[in-house]
Design a protein. Structure first.
Length: 219
């Protein structure tokens, strides 16, 4: 039975989307236009009452949350590379993955959707401003992970194959440009992210989602 992935262009669902493409796993992509509020339509809310992407459907199984989806794919497609197999290296990779998901991603939500944190509009402006400064620190930390991996001679963040960390790094850098953080502030991270975007599976997901990596001039 074919997997189904609900995704929003440019959203965190890009992480499972690009990994499914990278590994040539058959799936049906289903696009939701988040800016049009399609995640709040009753048919989708029956699938995910939290009104969020990504959602992966495998038969009767409905999985939400980037981390749960990625770990499910890793367990199901055991020949495909997601994380290192060495226990210590795997733990360190999962540590960064969890931080990207629960901290960097969450910080961006304060920039992109400050209304989720207060309905007081002047406070929303303050929340957003402070979150942009925090987000820069996070991008700097990701850039350091790129630097360390390159010093160790690794092609990608966890070794010789693309992992969810590389694709998340691309997504988070791209979101930074949505917050008017210029790629020129993070030259090493930016050149890395462009290389990730050129990897064939990642590129297919970029084309399907019609993404530009630097949107700082658009908004
Ligand atoms: N913790 C969740 C976060 C999911 C999330 O924030 N999804 C966003 C896109 S990046 C979304 O669907 N937002 C729509 C909304 O909240 O209205 C995960 O890891 O999957």
């Amino acid at each position: 039975m074919t997997l189904k992935l609900y995704f929003g262009p440019g959203a965190c669902s890009f992480v499972p989307h690009a990994l499914l493409e990278t590994h040539g796993i058959e799936f049906e992509p289903i696009m939701l236009k988040l800016h049009k509020g399609e995640q709040y339509e009753p048919a989708f809310m029956q699938i995910n009452p939290r009104s969020q992407v990504p959602v992966l459907i495998d038969g009767k199984l409905i999985i939400t949350q980037v981390m749960a989806i990625i770990l499910y794919l890793e367990a199901k497609f055991s020949n495909a590379y997601f994380f290192p197999s060495d226990p210590a290296e795997r733990a360190k990779a999962l540590e960064i993955f969890a931080w990207m998901n629960n901290t960097v991603h969450a910080t961006f939500m304060h920039i992109f959707m400050p209304r989720k944190f207060t309905d007081h509009e002047p406070s929303q402006i303050e929340i957003k401003k402070f979150a942009v400064s925090q987000y820069r620190l996070h991008l700097n930390e990701i850039q350091k992970y790129v630097q360390v991996s390159q010093e160790l001679g690794k092609e990608w963040l966890t070794g010789g194959s693309i992992s969810p960390l590389d694709v998340y790094a691309l997504t988070l850098m791209r979101w930074g440009t949505m917050a008017q953080i210029s790629p020129s502030e993070f030259p090493l991270l930016w050149s890395f992210v462009q290389r990730v975007g050129d990897a064939p599976g990642v590129k297919r997901a970029i084309v399907r989602e019609r993404l530009q990596l630097d949107v700082s001039q658009k908004s």
